[in-house]
Design a protein around this ligand. Structure first.
Ligand SMILES: Cc1cc2nc3c(=O)[nH]c(=O)nc-3n(C[C@H](O)[C@H](O)[C@H](O)COP(=O)(O)OP(=O)(O)OC[C@H]3O[C@@H](n4cnc5c(N)ncnc54)[C@H](O)[C@@H]3O)c2cc1C
Length: 209
């Protein structure tokens, strides 16, 4: 996708820039303020102007905060939460496995558990278990292995829990924050705006996941 975009002469990609805020003119967002990271190409100004500004900053986007700082009402959010959770830990396998990656998929409607095992640096393997619908993989030793044993592919658990294998090399980490959030940003008057006319909802949504 990036290759196709770069080949289009109407598209310019600015690398090494960090967006630090939005620029407003009247009731419109007309650009972004940017900070040039070390090593990034020189810029004529610390701002980029645009007819349309789309927030693609991901889940941690600061766009709602920046909009609020400009006096806009906070955009309403839609949260789609599949109740997805991960638990991950590193293992040192004593014997060299005869596979490169193990990936056990869940069975929608039947088994909401999945897992993946693959090699990382230092001769270790990373084991990530995932569950959805609130079936979170436990972060204690016994629960972790029990969950792994309930995957559709039992080999996934067998690969690191047989007696020949070395003990795990890290604690289990289990973030549970994988919901998708969509902020619907419609152009509108700022809190300090004197406009009495309701604005047209012309600006597209920003999606964060
Ligand atoms: C552990 C994990 C596993 C996942 N596994 C899967 C999977 O198997 N399949 C799947 O479909 N999805 C998966 N996801 C979800 C997927 O990664 C996200 O849904 C997707 O990356 C969201 O894309 P995005 O473009 O909206 O945001 P992002 O991918 O988060 O991209 C946002 C970009 O904006 C940049 N950015 C943010 N703020 C600024 C700023 N102020 N200035 C400049 N740049 C900025 C960030 O550096 C980043 O490059 C996983 C997520 C996690 C955390």
């Amino acid at each position: 996708m990036r290759t196709a975009l770069v080949a289009d002469e109407r598209v310019r990609i600015h690398s090494g820039l960090e967006v630090t805020g939005l620029q407003a003119a009247g009731e419109r967002i007309v650009g972004v303020q940017v900070h040039r990271r070390a090593g990034a190409p020189e810029l004529a100004a610390d701002e980029l102007r645009a007819d349309l500004v789309v927030d693609a900053g991901g889940r941690a986007s600061k766009a709602p905060t920046w909009l609020a700082a400009l006096g806009y009402p906070e955009p309403p959010e839609t949260i789609i939460d599949a109740q997805l959770g991960y638990a991950t830990r590193l293992y040192e396998l004593r014997a060299r496995p005869d596979w490169k990656v193990l990936y056990a998929m869940g069975k929608p409607g039947k088994n909401p558990r999945g897992g993946v095992v693959y090699p990382v640096e230092g001769g270790r393997h990373i084991v990530t278990l995932v569950g959805y619908g609130g079936v979170f993989p436990p972060v204690d030793e016994a629960g972790f292995l029990e969950f792994a044993g309930a995957l559709e592919t039992p080999l996934c658990a067998k690969s690191w829990s047989t007696p020949r294998r070395a003990p795990p090399s890290t604690a289990i980490a289990g973030p549970r924050t994988a919901c998708a959030t969509t902020s619907a940003c419609a152009a509108g008057p700022t809190a300090s705006s004197s406009s009495a006319t309701p604005p047209a909802p012309s600006t597209p949504s920003t999606a964060r996941a």
